[in-house]
Design a protein. Structure first.
Length: 274
């Protein structure tokens, strides 16, 4: 038996080299390679993350950020579909992704210059105008969240908000909508407001009814946490305004949304967001 364990050569004792197990190569190919591939992919994405493109993000729900919402919500005025369209966010984005992706687009695409010299780009100006218009339309929609027009007398306020006016006699087939305010009219058409249906109503067709509910999206931490960071825009209506008006806050919101939940909570507690 000793001969199989060790062989004496002169005054030295040599242990025979052991053959590697036959399954080691298979184990490496099945277990190790996939792990290394995942680690490489994660490392690659981590390196590539700071390299932002110059186009609005079109991230889908298949590339979701880590779970990060605390249960706090924020109301987005008007249909979420229209807001996502104006903010350059994929229609497939989940309600948890909306604010992080908005913050990303605001920081990357919303401002030219830096700090005190920063000024909003056309993309952000249009988005801000849309949000204001959507708030006005929400007021017209009332508690039932439906914009209704059944007669010509009910149309002026809505047409003013949309940036249009009626040409021709109301209730006649020849009546048509035309632009009265180019800025508002552009937002109306670009956000997908159903103008043809409204025009048909003013021509004498059936009453116009367009659901215009506010949309709730999830907030990372609480709105108060982010409002405490901002001293320059205390008059901002809500977190939506804060993100659009402050590129540094937008960058922080995006960055915090990209880390795992445990890291988020640790950073929130120490050193804190302030």
């Amino acid at each position: 038996m000793a001969q199989h364990v060790a062989e004496s050569v002169g005054s030295e004792t040599r242990i025979p080299a052991m053959k590697p197990p036959r399954f080691s190569a298979l184990f490496f190919s099945i277990v190790c390679l996939p792990i290394f591939s995942c680690l490489a992919a994660e490392a690659g994405s981590a390196v590539a993350a700071p390299s932002f493109s110059t186009e609005p993000v079109a991230q889908s729900s298949e590339e979701r950020p880590p779970a990060s919402a605390s249960g706090s919500t924020l109301n987005i005025p008007g249909p979420l579909r229209s807001f996502l369209r104006m903010a350059g966010i994929s229609q497939r984005a989940s309600r948890e992704e909306v604010l992080p992706l908005l913050a990303r687009n605001v920081f990357v695409l919303g401002y030219e210059g830096w700090e005190s010299n920063a000024h909003p780009t056309e993309f952000l100006v249009l988005l801000m105008r849309y949000v204001q218009q959507a708030r006005e339309l929400s007021g017209l929609a009332g508690t039932n969240a439906v914009i209704r027009v059944s007669s010509c007398e009910e149309a002026p306020s809505l047409l003013h908000t949309l940036g249009y006016r009626l040409r021709g006699a109301c209730g006649q087939p020849s009546a048509a909508l035309e632009t009265a305010d180019a800025e508002r009219a552009f937002l109306t058409t670009d956000s997908g407001f159903p103008l043809p249906e409204l025009e048909q109503t003013l021509q004498g067709a059936k009453p116009f009814a367009y659901p215009f509910p506010s949309s709730q999206v999830l907030v990372l931490f609480t709105e108060g946490d982010w409002r405490d960071l901002n001293t320059a825009n205390r008059s901002a209506a809500d977190l939506l305004d804060l993100i659009m008006r402050d590129p540094l806050l937008a960058r922080l919101y995006w960055a915090m949304s990209r880390v795992d939940r445990e890291t988020q909570m640790n950073l929130r507690q120490s050193p804190g967001l302030l």
